[in-house]
Design a protein around this ligand. Structure first.
Ligand SMILES: [Zn+2]
Length: 130
């Protein structure tokens, strides 16, 4: 698969997870702090005892922007999905199916996946908790 240029030693497991449709977030095993983007060291307690764990996929829309796609096409809504596991633990992803009229800060989000070449990208949908 093709990895994005921003992949490095610390973020490679995150990108590899996406290719398997798995959202794997690094988490400190000493203080249980979730860390994203991935780092080799916990910003809370400086431990390097970091492991990948899978969050529930449930989130709340913290903020968003509406971004043009191609000329004449519908604009895309890109959201800051705050995962339920921790305050300010964000995944920035497309809010599929949302428009500038229907997107709502504070709405419940559910993780889904979009194909992107030979990998997958996390997307979120408003409402419909599983
Ligand atoms: Zn820690």
């Amino acid at each position: 698969m093709t990895f994005p240029s921003r992949m490095d030693h610390d973020t490679a497991p995150y990108w590899q997870g996406l290719a398997e449709k798995a959202l794997r977030i690094t988490r400190c095993q000493q203080c249980a702090h979730w860390i994203h983007p991935p780092r080799a060291c916990c910003p809370g307690c400086w431990s390097d005892d970091i492991k990948l764990e899978e969050p529930s996929g449930r989130a709340t829309l913290y903020s968003y922007l509406v971004q043009p796609t191609e000329p004449g096409g519908p604009p895309a809504v890109v959201g800051w999905a705050e995962l339920e596991e921790q305050e300010r633990l964000f995944i920035v992803a497309r809010i599929e199916g949302a428009t500038s009229e229907t997107v709502a800060i504070g709405s419940e989000l559910t993780l889904d996946w979009a194909e992107a070449g030979d990998t997958f990208l996390p997307i979120f949908r408003q409402g419909a908790r599983l």
